[in-house]
Design a protein around this ligand. Structure first.
Ligand code: ZN
Ligand code: ZN
Ligand code: FE
Length: 755
């Protein structure tokens, strides 16, 4: 019989891991103890060698579902375990934080739901029920190790009944840090539109108000939502108007799978993702394929209730609620009671709030299920702050991300920790949130980066942040070209080494000359460098920034460049005259190689939209329109690729634009042309990759950039490339858009040779 010290690294805090080990030790009849350390968990065990082996095998095989065991190290101890039996020891305060993992928030589990609906249970209809398998985690943690005292549950001392469960090994709430009940835990309060507390049962009144068609602010796990009936379109319009929200689709929370199926087509894989403990919003195809006030696309973003409060919120006869982040457009999701009462005055008809603080706000994650896997459009609640394991990641660095879809990541040996969704740094509130989260991650994970990476763009606030950190801590700063970072991100996402071809299609990003805007790029390279092999013929942006929203300007520029006669007839007269004048007289009109701009321009030419209310709307509309045509029969436009004087391959879209304009004038329906345009991009992507293969012999292709969140391209281009013998890699663990960029920046910095 020896005493062993077993160090367990991985996601083992906040997921019922210590109670699990305790039960396991009892089953094996072993004495010892377990405690959380900043590094994970430390187990002391008295056992002979054979039993220890069996114990560890059982530990790996039977660990609770949310736990992730990354590494286990065992050594013999010369000191015996004090006393008999097994116990859970107090957390060790000291020790390195540099290896802690904190569990993401977990959706309410079936056991808790059963109790919630049991009239004889002491937590019957208690909206904060949780256990070791479910409940708040990251959003309530102030510091590590993960213990109640260091969460926003610290102000709710457990009542004797809860304390007994907490101490009772056989209880599901044994050492459940946020354990609470109606006697000792958080409470709901309902305020009316003027911010006055309402008497009576807050939950019952809130349900009645929802049923009556009121718009309610509801405080959940990672922030405050605005909720209203999803079956009342005038009400949904009122919500949009009050919130000042652009045309972006609204997410819907369905009571259960029956309600989801009533609205959408759901595959078994989609159902599994919807009902997983992570509970993201999943984009599903609608049964009727009809756009409405909820979404102008054929898809609907749907989620299931993920907190007990949400499950209790549905009034009788209402099986779907709009659940959209409560914020004014472009601002981060609200999370504080006082701030919500102020900011949402005039927007919400009532406020259902509670007194458990949200330490870190965390938006709902948004995914689409493709090939049986969840693909991120937004990686946040349910995943943040779980690590993304990385191969060849040797140093701790901080990567500051881009700007519009800002995110950052810290690396340490073998993993990256990405922030959740932050938003566009150009608003002061969002930039504050970004900086808050940077500081919080630094504390939680004890990270001390030896270098900081950022975009090449000098004006991004993320770049400014990197510069400040670089000079404050005297560490090197590495400025990584945007599309190279995308390539590196997709490589890292797929644990690739060596050289690859990268097809990087997005809306914008500063080129390595520091002047031109790229975004339709063919790159060849690896983490340490990338060569620009091909691109799109530049697109004039008439009016500069104005062309990002005024996409008709891009359409007009495409038509004029392509030599289409009477181009202005496609759009409104008074605007086009000025625009033509600008294009003719202003030799310095900005241009962009961005694939996102080509989508915008084509969308306008096809008559689908002239002015976008948010970036990417044009592309979404084209995708939606194309679904109304038979893509296989739609054919494609020619899009020749010719080398320029420097050997850079340039895809010339002019012939395509001419033909599309002619077809449109001849009355060919827009859906057919939208499908033909997207088929053209599949052909273009394949031709680009073939050209790279001829030049460099590269068979592996990574696809990255926001354009690959387009359903059509992300489904058809990989299939097409595989059919031509390529090995294709797409994003799986981070988003394809700029939210995943920080991962590539970090890996490019690590391999730069500078650190
Ligand atoms: Zn539970
Ligand atoms: Zn209690
Ligand atoms: Fe990008």
């Amino acid at each position: 019989m020896f005493c062993w010290i077993v160090q367990i690294h991985g996601l083992v805090q906040g997921v019922g891991f210590r109670p699990f080990l305790h039960r396991l030790a009892q089953r094996f009849g072993l004495s010892g103890q377990v405690r959380n350390t900043a590094a994970g968990a430390e187990l002391l065990l008295e056992a002979d060698e054979q039993t220890l082996g069996q114990f560890l095998a059982a530990m790996r095989g039977e660990a609770p579902a949310p736990a992730v065991i990354e590494a286990v190290s065992v050594r013999k101890s010369d000191r015996p375990v004090r006393g008999g039996g097994f116990h859970i020891a107090a957390s060790r305060e000291k020790g390195s934080r540099a290896e802690t993992l904190i569990s993401p928030d977990l959706g309410v589990c079936p056991d808790c739901l059963r109790e919630l609906n049991d009239p004889n249970d002491r937590r019957y209809r208690y909206p904060f029920i949780n256990c070791t398998s479910c409940g708040p985690r990251f959003t309530v943690v102030r510091d590590v190790p993960y213990d109640r005292a260091r969460t926003s549950m610290a102000r709710f001392p457990m009542c004797p009944a809860c304390a007994r469960e907490y101490e009772d090994l056989s209880s599901r709430r044994y050492h459940a840090q946020p354990n609470c009940c109606p006697v000792c835990g958080p409470r709901l309060t309902l305020y009316d539109a003027d911010g006055h507390e309402t008497p009576g049962d807050a939950l019952e009144t809130a349900r009645r108000w929802l049923a009556e068609g009121k718009i309610l602010a509801v405080k959940g796990l990672g922030g405050i939502h605005l909720a209203c009936r999803a079956d009342d379109m005038p009400l949904v319009e009122t919500l949009r108007r009050r919130k000042g929200r652009d045309a972006r689709p609204l997410a819907v929370m369905c009571r259960d799978m029956v309600a989801v199926r009533a609205r959408c087509l759901v595959s078994p894989e989609e159902e599994a993702v919807l009902s997983s403990p992570r509970r993201p919003i999943v984009l599903l195809e609608r049964r009727d394929a009809q756009p409405d006030g909820l979404s102008f696309t054929r898809e609907l973003g749907v989620m299931l209730p993920y907190t007990p409060l949400h499950t209790l919120l549905f009034p009788d006869g209402v099986d779907a609620l709009v659940m959209t982040s409560a914020n004014r457009t472009h601002l981060p999701i609200l999370c504080e009671n006082e701030a919500a009462l102020r900011a949402l005055s005039g927007i919400a008809d009532g406020f259902l709030l509670h007194d458990r603080d949200i330490v870190s706000r965390c938006d709902d994650s948004l995914v689409r299920v493709q090939d049986g896997e969840a693909r991120f459009l937004r990686r946040s609640r349910g995943w943040t702050p779980a690590p993304v394991p990385l191969k060849n990641c040797r140093f701790p660095v901080l990567a500051c991300g881009a700007e519009q879809k800002a995110s950052f990541c810290f690396t340490r040996a073998g993993a990256a920790f990405l922030s959740g969704h932050i938003g566009d740094l150009k608003t002061a509130e969002t930039f504050d949130f970004y900086q808050e989260q940077l500081a919080h991650f630094k504390t939680l994970f004890g990270l001390q980066p030896i270098a900081v990476a950022c975009d090449l763009h000098p004006d991004y606030l993320s770049t400014y942040t990197a510069e400040r950190i670089s000079s404050r801590y005297d560490i090197p700063i590495l400025r990584i070209q945007h599309h190279h970072a995308h390539l590196a991100a997709c490589m890292a996402d797929n644990a690739l080494d060596g050289d690859v071809t990268g097809l990087i299609w997005d809306g914008t990003g500063l080129g390595d000359d520091g002047e031109t805007v790229w975004g339709g790029e063919l790159l060849c390279g690896s983490y340490d460098r990338a060569e620009r092999t091909g691109t799109l013929r530049p697109i004039p942006l008439i009016g500069g920034e104005a062309a990002i929203r005024g996409i008709w300007r891009v359409g007009l520029a495409l038509l004029l460049e392509a030599g289409v006669p009477d181009a202005n007839r496609f759009f409104r007269m008074e605007d086009t005259v000025t625009a033509q004048l600008l294009l003719r007289t202003d030799g310095g009109t900005a241009t962009s190689h961005g694939m996102g701009r080509l989508f915008d321009g084509m969308c306008a030419i096809l008559g689908l939209l002239n002015n976008a209310t948010f970036e990417g709307q044009g592309a979404m509309l084209l995708e939606t329109a194309a679904a109304g045509a038979d893509a296989d029969a739609a054919g494609s436009f020619p899009i020749p690729i010719e080398p320029d004087e420097n050997g850079l391959l340039v895809a010339d879209w002019r012939e395509m634009v001419r033909l599309a304009a002619e077809a449109r004038r001849a009355g060919v329906p827009a859906p057919l042309l939208a499908a033909r345009f997207q088929n053209t991009l599949v052909e273009l992507g394949a031709a680009m990759c073939r050209a790279a293969r001829e030049k460099n012999g590269l068979e592996r292709v990574v696809l990255s950039g926001g354009v690959f969140q387009n359903r059509f391209l992300s489904a058809r281009l990989p299939a097409r490339l595989r059919a031509e013998g390529f090995r294709v890699f797409i994003h799986r663990r981070v988003s394809a858009n700029d939210e995943g960029l920080c991962l590539g920046q970090a890996m490019a910095a690590i391999h730069s040779g500078v650190i």
